[in-house]
Write a protein that binds this ligand. Sequence first.
Ligand SMILES: [Fe+2]
Ligand SMILES: [Fe+2]
Length: 151
Amino acid sequence: MEREALLRKLNWFYSLEVNQVRMYSTQSKDADDPNLARALKRFAEIEQGHVENIRELIEGLGETSTMIGEAVGKITGSIAGGLSDFSTTEKMLEFNMTLEKKAIADYIKLAEEVDEPKIREVLYSNMFDEELHTFWMQDYISNKLPKGCRL
Ligand SMILES: [Fe+2]
Ligand SMILES: [Fe+2]
């Protein structure tokens, strides 16, 4: 894969991940269920790990990471913030899952295109985290179990 194209895509992921950190942090502060708040806070921490590992990949190619606000905005609309942007918690989580699924599809696509095994493994590693976020949120929506007793 051409270096410029790879850098463009990595910067796109970098931008997406920075937005994911902000989004989950805001949602965590807004959540009225303490366990949902904890989960969203943990997601934000994991997304911060993605920001850093993508930044390292970009720096490994001798470049500096840059935010591509426009590209990310196209997907996320007006980057949703907290619960106040949605009528229900379910709608917020469904929005989050749509973003996660887009990220998963894009991570797989790029992982299949890159030649460098080290880069590919970082992309797959992030992809599995996004899958875990998606599964957790789907489970949260599906199981209306008492707080703290969800398994
Ligand atoms: Fe991520
Ligand atoms: Fe995620």
